[in-house]
Design a protein around this ligand. Structure first.
Ligand SMILES: [Zn+2]
Length: 406
């Protein structure tokens, strides 16, 4: 089984009094979080929830209006934050050059912290049922406050589809943002694994610029997802960016930042839709095969000159991560294969030849067997073939270039 995770955001509609109650509770939660953080800092970074509970529970319970569930929620939240920081510190060793001018790496741990982790904003993590629950046939939500529980209206606009029995609701965060209140709830759902025994269909996907994606499937069908409209829009973004950059004023800088955010949001949306479309088109039990683009420099030949440097590889990785998620939902999966020679191998006779590829006409033409096809399609065909290898047990499928040609 695979566990899928999401966060849904519900807008809450508290009245003035409820809003005050939420604020008071969040501030009290923050106060206790900082006390617990100080205690962890003073006690050799003891992160065991049981030990923290043993030492602090009674003390805090006597001095705080938060109920017992919420106090335990504080312990969990603070301990989890330290664990996250611990992980980050482990990943980023301290580096320095010694006298011999050699780089020395020193692993870091929590003892490198010079002060306790600070909880700077009011917050509150609410446990399902104990601290929040849906009532009145899901029409209202009931929340813990410092005093009695309180009921209020909410909207689940955009997240309606998660209100089904197969999604489990976990801990929620009460969030105050620009005068509005929200409840961010972590939800999970268990789905079946991708199983190679289900006779999966294989879809090779070539990511590109002229075509956002070219997909080639087990039945030999090819689908092209046009990228030209995207390229045009990006070119427009670039023009506006250039104009703003040449101005260099403060307001221009502000506008630049907003423009970048807008472009990222738009690209994210494009990737989201593409991943969803691919998952919907091919359906359950599909092996999506992508090239592993880590450490690959991108070929920008197909781009207009003005866009050569603006190409952003994050967009490719984002599509990969969205597709991985969408695939999991439908018992499908994504496998990544070595990208070497995927645009040079003839699918008919197996010859690997760079010069078979003609960039100007977007065509592949095999010198040996005369096989001809569109070069985006060819990439997807070879990627699909590598997926076939993976399915038959090859751990790291890859195209080998033979030195002797018969
Ligand atoms: Zn050939």
């Amino acid at each position: 089984m695979v566990k899928l995770g999401r966060t849904i955001k519900l807008r809450l509609y508290p009245d003035t009094r409820q809003s005050e109650q939420f604020l008071a509770m969040s501030q009290e939660y923050q106060r206790l979080a900082n006390i617990v953080s100080q205690w962890i800092f003073d006690h050799e970074f003891q992160l065991s929830w049981l030990k923290i509970n043993h030492h602090l529970y009674k003390l805090l319970r006597e001095k705080s209006e938060l109920n017992s569930q919420m106090i335990q929620s504080v312990f969990r939240t603070v301990s989890a934050r330290y664990k996250t920081v611990q992980k980050q510190m482990k990943q980023h060793s301290y580096r320095y050059k010694n006298e011999a001018n050699k780089w020395i790496k020193v692993p870091r741990n929590l003892t490198w912290l010079v002060k306790p982790i600070q909880f700077r904003r009011p917050q509150a993590d609410l446990v399902r049922q104990s601290n929040y629950s849906f009532v009145d046939e899901m029409q209202q939500i009931s929340l813990t406050t410092l005093g009695k529980r309180t009921k209020l209206n909410f909207t689940n606009k955009g997240f309606e589809k998660y209100f089904t029995n197969d999604w489990k609701f976990g801990t929620a965060k009460l969030v105050h943002n620009q005068g509005k209140w929200f409840l961010h709830i972590g939800i999970t759902k268990e789905v079946g694994d991708f199983d190679t025994k289900d006779n999966p269909q294989i879809v090779g996907i070539d990511r590109g610029l002229r075509f956002l994606a070219t997909a080639f499937d087990s039945e030999g069908k090819t689908l092209f997802f046009d990228g030209r409209r995207i390229l045009r829009k990006r070119k427009k973004f670039l023009e506006v960016r250039r104009q703003l950059q040449s101005k260099g004023t403060r307001s221009a800088k502000k506008k630049l930042k907003r423009l970048a955010q807008r472009e990222n949001r738009w690209m994210t949306d494009v990737n989201h839709r593409l991943a969803k479309t691919l998952a919907a088109l091919y359906g359950p039990h599909t092996l999506f095969v992508l090239e592993d683009l880590t450490n690959v420099t991108f070929n920008t030949d197909d781009l207009p000159k003005s866009l050569h440097n603006s190409h952003r590889s994050w967009s490719f990785f984002q599509l990969e991560s969205f597709l991985t998620y969408e695939a999991q939902v439908i018992q499908s999966t994504v496998v990544k294969v070595n990208p070497a020679f995927t645009s040079q191998r003839c699918p008919k006779c197996g010859l690997v030849e760079k010069n078979n590829r003609h960039h100007d006409t977007h065509e592949y033409w095999c010198k040996k067997c005369q096989y001809r096809c569109n070069n985006d399609r060819l990439g997807a065909m070879n990627i699909k073939m590598l997926g076939q290898d993976w399915l038959s047990g090859v751990k790291q499928p890859k195209i080998k270039k033979l030195t002797t040609i018969g």
